[in-house]
Ligand binder design. Structure first.
Ligand code: COA
Length: 242
């Protein structure tokens, strides 16, 4: 399932998993992860969640939003892919603009400072962990770090409404863009989430991070903003209420 990897694992099972930014400029370093990644997506979204519209005969869940502009966060533990998330610039076609435009009353968002998030997952055996920050919380923290690093102000998301109380509990500020609609038996809505330093620092405090979480391997060319100092955030690793 995991394939071989070009990335030298920097953490063992006892340490915090790494979150790698993977995009056009460094994708070649992560090429061996992509086939397992798309197969995991198929296992999770088609086989487990039964989102049959995503089914493909080759067992790899890939869609029109997996493009050269797409940014992936890969969560790696000892070199194993254990979770991921996808971010698409909203100046490009997005789920909201192409598939669900009716979910946003004022129309889909097309802004250079907003990326659309989708396909967040954690492999089943690493969900709901309590012996350290949950992988899902780590991904939510890491994408906020990514956003402020490159100057984003928000994330648009088409999501199931069960996410809203989860966002509320962890401090993500989600503003609905329209009313929820029933789609394939799911209550789905579009939101715009604030991407700001305050939210990132709060998330870092909740999971006990005192250093930025992202690995930007091979991305020295990316123009990044200086992040606020979080080294003095030393509140104990608090798990958000579930
Ligand atoms: N429907 C409703 N609630 C759900 C849910 C679903 N499909 N999946 C998760 N939740 C909620 C529930 O409240 C659940 O609590 P429960 O165990 O009491 O039911 C809670 O989230 C915790 O979820 P859990 O799966 O234990 O793991 P997690 O918090 O570590 O990870 C996800 C959450 C969403 C990352 C993980 O469940 C996952 O990878 N799911 C498959 C991919 C997916 O559906 N992603 C979202 C759409 S892109």
């Amino acid at each position: 399932m995991h394939g071989c990897c070009l990335i030298e694992p920097q953490s063992s099972g006892d340490e915090m998993p790494e979150i790698h930014v993977v995009q056009r400029d460094n994708r070649h370093l992560y090429e061996s992860y992509f086939d397992p990644y798309f197969r995991l997506r198929h296992d999770i979204y088609v086989k487990q969640r039964k989102w049959m519209a995503l089914d493909r005969p080759d067992g790899r869940e890939i869609d029109q939003f997996d493009t050269e502009d797409t940014v992936y966060l890969f969560c790696l533990d000892g070199g194993q892919l254990i979770g991921a998330m996808r971010a698409v610039p909203t100046l490009s076609p997005t789920l909201m603009s192409e598939i669900f435009p009716y979910l946003s009353i004022r129309g889909p968002i097309h802004r250079s400072d907003v990326y659309e998030l989708s396909r967040i997952f954690v492999i089943p055996e690493r969900r709901g962990e309590h012996a350290g920050p949950r992988i899902e919380m780590l991904l939510l923290t890491a994408i906020m770090e990514y956003g402020i690093s490159i100057g984003l102000t928000g994330f648009s998301i088409v999501l199931e409404s069960w996410w809203l109380p989860r966002f509320e509990r962890c401090g993500w500020k989600a503003h609905p863009l329209g009313l929820p609609q029933m789609i394939d038996g799911m209550s789905v809505l579009a939101v715009l989430v604030d991407c700001d330093e305050t939210t990132w620092k709060s998330l870092c405090g909740q999971i006990g991070l005192t250093n930025p979480a992202l690995t930007w391997q091979g991305l020295t060319g990316v123009n990044r903003q200086i992040l606020p100092d979080i080294s003095l955030l030393h509140s104990p690793a608090v798990q958000p209420a579930r």
